[in-house]
Design a protein around this ligand. Structure first.
Ligand code: PLP
Length: 363
């Protein structure tokens, strides 16, 4: 083969194709499954690590889907302007796709969002429009009103992630990845719920593909999606505050069980996972893992439970991974850490006991 041979010729001669992408969005999907723990009865808890998507979260899947669908329908014209309220992850996803496809993007945000998500959007050239929240909580209601007004006044495209069916449709790939990567069906899928897109979109496609998985939705304590009383919470991305009208993308027919998790338990779980695995995950993933770890002991033997990890812990170094930030909010709780560590230890012990009993039976 001469120096001047083309890449195609070289690929044929070596039998290997190069794996090089030319767009950030080509990196979306095919995220790994990681076994966090298992039990002596053969059940395992797997994490679908969506932080391995570009922008560090699952939401880039739906950002791409909403934008491509808007191009197809004509709602978004070449060189157009997108406006969307976001706690950060949707915004980062839209920012990436907007850069690739030549759109201007205004993100309507508040100070409740993680500073690192806001900084990431700024780094990608997004125009951030701040809206005041009430009572220190997320300003989900106000942010939507501002986005709607801008869309009405300027003709900007407002994807409206709480009602846009292409949010949920963006997770079809996630569902097929789960079934492709597992040897058979999963039995439980646990995920945090905000707009509903991640969990309901994944479950809808799983069911279409014949999965029998039980779905468990998790929201912060104080969020009103599953009918609990309103209160304040510090988990960001998931949940809906009091006064918010929950959008149609939360499809209750696709959520078998809805549970709330307090900030202390969500953040403790994330921190314990970081210390035990070296993988940093976000607070809403912590909430889902808290639920899954408690449930794993109760499920039928040989179950496969999957937790959707929505985003990376690196986005929360100033908050849930910062002892001072937690202390100021009375969220640093040694007893909760110990309780969770005891669960991990109990699972390890159950494996040891099962192995010993198997060995005795064989002897
Ligand atoms: C960190 C995090 N967790 C959970 C969710 C909830 O996902 P969904 O809106 O798809 O229900 C979001 C949504 O933005 C998020 O950013």
């Amino acid at each position: 083969m001469t120096q001047t041979s083309t890449r195609a010729e070289r690929a044929i001669s070596t039998g290997r194709a190069e794996r090089v992408v030319t767009a950030g969005s080509d990196l979306i999907g095919r995220t790994p499954l990681y076994e966090l723990t298992r039990t002596g009865s053969g059940s395992r808890l797997l994490l679908k690590l969506e932080q391995f998507n570009p922008t560090g979260s699952c939401k880039v899947r739906m950002a791409r889907e909403m934008i491509l669908a808007a191009e197809r329908s004509g709602a978004l014209k070449p060189g157009g302007h997108i406006v969307e309220p976001t706690s950060g992850n949707t915004g980062c996803g839209i920012a990436l796709v907007a850069i690739e496809r030549g759109y201007r993007f205004t993100a309507v945000v508040d100070q409740h969002a993680s500073r690192d998500k806001l900084r990431a959007m700024q780094a990608m050239g997004v125009h951030l429009l701040y809206v005041e929240g009430t009572g220190g909580g997320p300003s989900t209601v106000e942010r939507r009103k501002v986005a709607q007004r801008i869309a009405n006044d300027t003709g900007a495209f407002w994807p409206d992630q709480h009602y846009n069916p292409n949010n949920n449709a963006g997770y079809a790939g996630l569902a097929s990845e789960l079934l492709d990567d597992l040897d058979g069906d999963l039995d439980y899928l646990v995920g945090a719920v905000g707009t509903g897109g991640t969990l309901c979109g994944t479950v809808k496609e799983l069911r279409r593909l014949g999965s029998q998985a039980v779905s468990i939705g998790v929201e912060p304590k104080g969020s009103i999606i599953f009918g609990g009383p309103a209160g304040s919470y510090w988990q960001t991305g998931a949940g809906a505050p009091g006064g918010f009208t929950v959008g149609t993308n939360v499809d209750h027919t696709l959520i078998d069980e809805g549970l709330t998790v307090a900030d202390i338990d969500a953040f403790t779980a994330a921190r314990v996972v970081a210390k035990r695995t070296g993988l940093l995950i976000g607070g809403t993933a912590g909430a889902a893992i808290h639920v899954a770890l408690k449930r794993l002991a109760l499920v039928e033997p040989n179950s496969t439970m999957v937790v959707l990890v929505c985003d990376a812990g690196e986005k929360y170094l100033d908050t849930l991974y910062n002892d001072d930030w937690l202390r100021e909010r009375h969220l640093l709780n040694e007893a909760a850490h110990q309780r969770l560590n005891r669960l991990f230890t109990a699972y390890q012990e159950s494996i040891r006991l099962a192995a010993a009993s198997n060995a005795r039976r064989r002897a």
